[in-house]
Design a protein around this ligand. Structure first.
Ligand code: TRP
Length: 389
């Protein structure tokens, strides 16, 4: 890892140099050709380089564009309420599902967050239930989407994780993650490998893509080594790696666990406007006169970055906003007002869908693994029986 920043699944610090990170991780930058091969229309997060790198993206694109079986796995570590940055990969996954018919598997790693954070299981479980409402509100196709909760679906997660843990040496885990504070976290990579290989164990060998922020690449790397073992009938999952949505205070991971305020999925219009106007780091000049004369810098302007990252879907509009900002024709206040407006539109639609949900158990039912799917997954690692009768 380069000296002046850290990116691991458990710590993101410093000014991330995204290109040097690829060298350190050994992942590949996405090529223009790959970007163009995403199903049309290509999602703005791919077009604009928010998803900027990956591993084995091509097999997924081949299958997805040929209408063959493919899957997307993107999960959630339920350590707290979900905020804006957390939900974007799920909307991206839904978009891919609509375009390609991909299966989408959404694991919730409550065990991981229990091991990694100083919290009681009661608190984590409350976040699981609350996060599930947000994930259900995204609107995945229940026929082709499965939510899997590590502790609640232990009848399938545990046999898989046990099989994969047997393939993983402590030396490998230490080399990839450094020293871990407890054996739970040393074991956890086997659990995440179970998440990533589950669609193939259920539906047969096929290309899987894991769209995640770049800090999750180590989990995928470990899983790919396991998947390469002869005894499993699976392909190595590929990943699609994104930059971090900047926090309101400026670049770095948009984190709910530090002091910078985050935009929560429950925030109303007034709250979003207030957070952006007060906290969003501005690339504008100190005075309006200086801004008009010299222009602002969209590259460090968080309001602009949010529009660019996700919230303004029209490329020409994004380019015009950047141009007008640099020219000083558009002020920082105007940029913020625009970002707030588009984020509020997105949140209000999300909140309306969430408010319409009935009881969690009833809503979740169609998204849970069926008995047959559980059986197939266990058989994929050689465990024949789930029930002992
Ligand atoms: N480890 C992820 C996190 O901390 C959550 C997660 C669990 C995940 N399983 C996954 C992400 C599978 C992507 C794919 O946020």
């Amino acid at each position: 890892m380069p000296q002046n920043f850290t990116v691991t699944p458990y710590a993101v610090d410093g000014e991330v140099d995204y290109d040097r990170l690829l060298d350190a991780f050994g992942a590949d930058a996405l090529t223009d050709d790959q970007r163009d091969r995403f199903p049309d229309p290509v999602h703005p997060m791919v077009r604009r380089g928010v998803f900027y790198a990956g591993r084995d993206v091509d097999p997924f694109l081949d299958a997805a564009t040929a209408g063959q079986t493919c899957s997307v796995v993107t999960g959630r570590g339920p350590s707290g309420p979900m905020h804006l940055g957390h939900v974007l990969p799920f909307y991206f996954a839904k978009y891919l599902q609509e375009q390609t018919g991909a299966y989408v598997y959404v694991p919730l790693s409550d065990d991981e967050k229990y091991f990694a954070k100083d919290r009681q299981f009661e608190d984590i479980s409350a976040h699981v239930r609350e996060n599930l409402r947000d994930l259900l509100a995204v609107g995945f196709d229940p026929e082709r989407t499965r939510f899997v909760i590590d502790t609640a679906d232990a009848d399938v997660v545990y046999p898989l994780a046990a099989a994969f843990a047997n393939d993983l040496t402590p030396a490998t885990v230490e080399a990839v993650y450094g020293e871990q504070p407890n054996v739970g976290l040393t074991f956890y990579p086997a659990v995440q490998a179970a998440h990533l290989l589950l669609p193939q164990l259920v539906h047969g060998r096929h290309p899987t893509l894991v769209p995640v922020a770049v800090d999750q690449d180590p989990h995928v790397r470990v899983c790919r080594d396991i998947a390469a073992k002869e005894r499993y009938d699976v392909d190595k999952p590929g990943d699609l790696l994104s930059r971090f949505l900047p926090s309101l205070g400026g670049p770095g991971k948009m984190s709910s666990s530090d002091d910078a305020p985050s935009i929560e999925l429950t925030d109303d219009r007034a709250t979003v406007e207030e957070k952006i106007h007060r906290y969003a780091h501005s690339g504008g000049r100190d005075s309006l006169a200086a801004h008009r004369e010299h222009g602002g810098d969209p590259a460090v302007d968080v309001a602009y970055q949010y529009l660019h990252f996700f919230f303004e879907s029209d490329d020409r509009t994004v380019e015009r906003l950047a141009r007008d900002y640099r020219a000083g024709d558009l002020t920082s206040g105007e940029m913020k007002a625009r970002a707030a407006e588009q984020i509020v539109d997105f949140l209000e639609a999300h909140q309306a869908r969430r408010d319409q949900l009935g009881s969690l158990d009833a809503e979740l039912g169609p998204y849970r693994l069926t008995d047959d799917e559980r059986e197939r997954a266990r058989r994929g690692v050689g465990v024949e029986t789930g029930r002992l009768e």
